[in-house]
Design a binder for this molecule. Structure first.
Ligand SMILES: [Zn+2]
Length: 275
């Protein structure tokens, strides 16, 4: 049984990258302009229909799937940027419902969704998941109690808004670990998505852990569709990149974050900070 999850962030009008989600050039590299996103949706939807894969819009369906079922394809939108409702309009036109993972400390701040937006997403059949309270820079380096608090408090905020228990989450920044999963399980999360580019299901106590494939501004529509189709080459490329980065992150720790910021600042043409 496989799940091909595509991880998006924001979808913005031409060039308006700071209008939704986290500002800055590093965050922008994960945002798509509307026309580009529309091409992605056309390519993915066509491919999934041709192959007869399941578009899984509800976590319960995901958990009840038998091993012989067709692969599942899921669309995710992380952070809780203001573009969520425009994204919902776009994906609904193609017959999809999405997984929207909300950073709860940012609700109702500039560039992010309001409680009314979240309620509407839920009522239109999209999945509302938590993406932590504060989007910590390195979730996996927090103390266990703080991890539990990040999951539990954010889930409580969203449950309060939607009137439903929150059982779905995604790991901010992809900084996962066994403790991050155990903390999510402790907080009542039943389905946890991380950023490992894998399609398998892993069970940790009462929580199923699933990977996701990262979609960036530079990801072409054909590549996104190839990932949704389960084609090996683009998935292996992401896997190789991810594991290379993971080695760097483990070796460099916070140095990796500083380096990443400098690379993006340099690309954006601003003068990078001195180390
Ligand atoms: Zn995030």
């Amino acid at each position: 049984m496989h799940a091909y999850s595509l991880m998006y962030h924001d979808v913005v009008a031409d060039g308006a990258f700071d209008a939704s989600g986290f500002p800055g050039s590093s965050a922008a590299s994960y945002k798509l302009e509307r026309d580009h996103f529309e091409h992605h949706l056309q390519a993915i939807t066509g491919t999934v229909a041709r192959l007869g894969y399941d578009r899984v819009s509800q976590p319960e369906t995901l958990l009840r799937r038998s091993p012989s079922r067709q692969p599942a394809v899921l669309l995710h939108f992380d952070d809780g940027g203001k573009s969520a409702l425009a994204i919902a309009d776009a994906i609904e036109r193609h017959g999809w419902r999405g997984y929207f993972h909300i950073t709860t400390d940012l609700i109702d701040t500039p560039g992010f969704v309001t409680p009314t937006d979240i309620r509407e997403l839920d009522q239109r059949g999209h999945v509302v998941g938590t993406h932590s309270c504060s989007h910590p820079p390195r979730m996996s380096s927090l103390r266990f109690d703080d991890m539990v608090r990040e999951w539990r408090d954010s889930a409580a905020v969203l449950a309060d808004i939607t009137g439903k228990p929150i059982t779905v989450a995604s790991v901010p920044g992809g900084y996962t670990s066994r403790e991050v999963v155990l903390a999510a399980d402790r907080a009542g999360i039943e389905v946890l998505f991380n950023s490992e580019p894998v399609s398998r299901f892993d069970w940790v106590r009462g929580c199923v852990v699933l990977g996701r494939y990262t979609i960036k501004q530079t990801t072409g529509a054909d590549e996104a569709a190839a990932i949704a189709a389960g084609r090996r080459r683009p998935r292996w490329q992401q896997w190789a990149m991810w594991n290379g980065k993971k080695a760097l992150k483990n070796a460099g720790g916070t140095y990796w974050l500083a380096l990443r910021k400098r690379i993006f600042d340099a690309r954006a043409g601003s003068r990078p900070d001195r180390p």
